[in-house]
Design a protein around this ligand. Structure first.
Ligand code: ARG
Length: 260
């Protein structure tokens, strides 16, 4: 009798253990399929950059995590690069794009954007001891090499000023490389988003450079992008964005990344 009970108990335990081991595995798989990949280009401080251990971090990264938390979305931020993010949004491997992306009419043809969350402006970076030190506007850069990040609104500004495919525009995969070329004299100017240029100048402690604001250049606003027609996701992102603006989280992040 006792033996039978022990046997029964043992069997029960085995069944329970099997059930248990199935549990977490199954929910793990489910969690994974619920994960929303947020693509970014982590070369754009303080919005997104790589931590020393190779994790994307920055204002945008914290912001999308806060929005995800607020809306109970399981967001995983991945460094895809700029083109990788755009392509991923189109082919569905990336669900959310957050990378200081300016909302433009052209991009609205392929993507939907949340409400704007940041205002920016393209600025010009030059050497303050060089021939361009006294330029006032983008048009004054005529004939000199201008570095931009390929595919960005900085590049569009140069092309709208000098024409499409302007031969003195040099495209880079990131702003850091353009700034490096400015430093070593390969190009004479860089055009990019104001907060990012400012951050690089401070972070790299760049000397003998000057940031110039062209008063005729219009401001831009950043939005979070989804593939066109992803209404449900877009609604959640907008709700989450409104909530974090309301509850002080947004301000807290703003202070964390833009105080100085
Ligand atoms: N705001 C500019 C644009 O949308 C530049 C954004 C670049 N962002 C980045 N993470 N590299 O075109």
């Amino acid at each position: 009798m006792m033996k039978k009970i022990t046997l029964l108990l043992a069997m029960l335990l085995v069944i329970m253990a099997a059930g248990c081991s199935k549990g977490p595995a199954a929910s793990g798989a489910a969690a994974q399929s619920n994960t929303l990949v947020a693509g970014t280009d982590a070369s754009f401080p303080p919005f997104e950059y790589m931590s020393p251990t190779g994790q994307p971090e920055g204002f945008d990264v914290d912001l999308i995590k806060a929005i995800g938390e607020n809306q109970k979305l399981n967001v995983e931020v991945k460094h895809t690069g700029w083109d990788g993010m755009m392509n991923g949004l189109s082919n569905g491997t990336v669900k959310i794009g957050i990378a200081g992306i300016t909302i433009t009419d052209d991009r609205k043809k392929s993507f939907d954007f949340t409400a704007p969350y940041f205002t920016a402006k393209q600025v010009i970076l030059v050497k303050d001891n060089g021939p361009l030190a006294n330029v006032k506007q983008v048009a004054d850069l005529k004939g000199k090499l201008i570095g931009v990040q390929t595919g960005t609104t900085g590049a569009s500004l140069v092309e709208s000023t000098f024409g499409k495919g302007y031969s003195n525009m040099k495209g880079y995969t990131d702003i850091a490389s353009a700034i490096e070329d400015l430093q070593n004299g390969r190009i004479q100017s860089v055009i990019a988003d104001n907060a990012v240029i400012k951050k690089f100048v401070n972070k790299l402690n760049l000397k003998q450079v000057k940031i110039i604001e062209d008063s005729s250049v219009k401001t831009e606003t950043y939005g979070i992008a989804v593939k066109k027609g992803s209404k449900e996701l877009l609604d959640k992102l907008n709700k989450g964005l409104a909530a974090v603006k309301q509850n002080g989280k947004f301000d807290q992040l703003y202070k964390k990344y833009f105080a100085n």
